[in-house]
Design a protein around this ligand. Structure first.
Ligand code: ADP
Ligand code: MG
Length: 341
């Protein structure tokens, strides 16, 4: 109704272009950011990374980090196979993952709820129990929020944290020659979802990875001082590595045989008739960390007891990402999730 009224007042032409016509989510954000002030001396990194990096005082040894993420019912979760406790855990973990990707530690959380008036109180209480579980795990304090009525259930979480200035990891700092690493196996969340949607029963492992994933704050503070670029895998390896390459003006070779897949993900692939790599490349919501690191620093990481998986290397070729198969055959890496495409 609002859009119709706006059209009447402004003529139809202004409203003719749709989000999907301009190239999706990221193009829309680019256009919107041109309309407001986004640059300031205190904004070390604004729009474009996993969290905003803010200078609170020049003499401080840390930066403030800020990130926000929304979960919309039937878009990000469905009550068909996620209970409120799972949704609460996922809401916190997905935000904490963005703080981990900057090399930081989360501290304070704000939660906004848009709820249909028919929502059970118990559902919301169990949602908060899930959030409390994840907050306890990471030492996060709930500092406030907002509650309103809506036709669709929406949970919006904002997380604030900090990072020692020297440990900040951005998407833009990958260098040619860096190894490309991930902190864990990929594709489990997408594999579980595909199985659920096609009427198969996923294993407990896959189900947990999908409903209540855990971010990698357990190891991110040891990776951050050694890594060059870092991002968390929320949209799929292809899309998220694409962000690193684009912002660092580099390319990448990914060796398909080295992408770590859990046996249950392989099994899911054969059950639904899909190459399991598709889950890893395009599925998203893994919340593992993807980072680039010099070979020398990788050795230091191993000495810290963190091995991870090397899946490729950064090249000088700007923005060209190849997936190299066992036989040396190359194809462009594609896939990844965009809400409007
Ligand atoms: P992530 O997947 O790591 O959460 P997103 O893809 O959601 O990151 O966002 C990428 C960047 O775009 C972030 O810096 C985020 O703050 C910014 N962003 C997303 N949506 C908006 C918006 N509506 N207005 C301003 N900035 C936005
Ligand atoms: Mg992210």
């Amino acid at each position: 109704l609002l859009q119709k009224d706006y059209k009447k007042a402004n003529g139809n032409d202004m409203m003719a272009m749709k989000i999907k016509d301009i190239g999706g989510e990221f193009k829309l954000i680019d256009r919107l950011s041109d309309l407001v002030h986004t640059q300031n001396a205190s904004v070390v990194v604004g729009i474009g990374d996993d969290a905003a990096v803010l200078e609170t005082a020049p003499e401080a040894t840390t930066y403030l980090l800020a990130t926000t993420d929304m979960l919309v019912e039937n878009q990000h979760f469905t009550s068909r196979w996620s209970g409120p406790e799972h949704v609460g855990i996922k809401a916190v973990e997905s935000n904490a993952s963005d703080i981990a990707a900057m090399g930081g530690t989360p501290s304070w959380m704000l939660v906004s709820l848009a709820l249909p008036e028919t929502t059970d109180v118990e559902w919301v209480e169990v949602l908060y129990k899930g959030m409390a579980t994840a907050c306890r795990r990471h030492g996060i304090i709930l500092a406030g929020g907002d509650t309103t009525r809506s036709n669709t259930l929406v949970i919006s979480v904002t997380l604030l944290g900090s990072v020692p200035k020297a440990h900040l990891c951005l998407r833009r700092d990958a260098c040619p020659g860096d190894l490309i690493m991930v902190t864990g196996t990929l594709g489990a969340s997408a594999a579980a979802l595909t199985m659920l949607e096609s009427g198969h029963a996923p294993s407990d492992y896959l189900l947990t990875k999908h409903r209540a994933p855990a971010c990698r704050l357990d190891i991110s503070d040891r990776i951050a001082p050694l890594a060059n670029a870092m991002i968390d895998i929320s949209d799929g390896l292809a899309s998220d590595l694409g962000h690193i390459c684009k912002q660092s003006r580099v390319g990448a070779n990914i060796h398909s045989g080295t992408i770590p897949l859990h046996p249950d993900v392989r099994q899911a692939g054969s059950l639904v008739g899909k190459d399991p790599l598709v889950f890893a490349l395009g599925g998203g919501e893994d919340y593992e960390l993807l980072f680039t690191i010099t070979p020398a620093n990788r050795d230091k990481l191993i000495k810290l007891g963190i091995d991870g998986y090397v899946i490729g290397e950064i090249t000088v070729d700007p923005s060209f990402i190849s997936l190299v198969d066992h036989d040396g055959h190359r194809r462009p890496l594609s896939g990844g999730f965009d809400h409007f495409r």
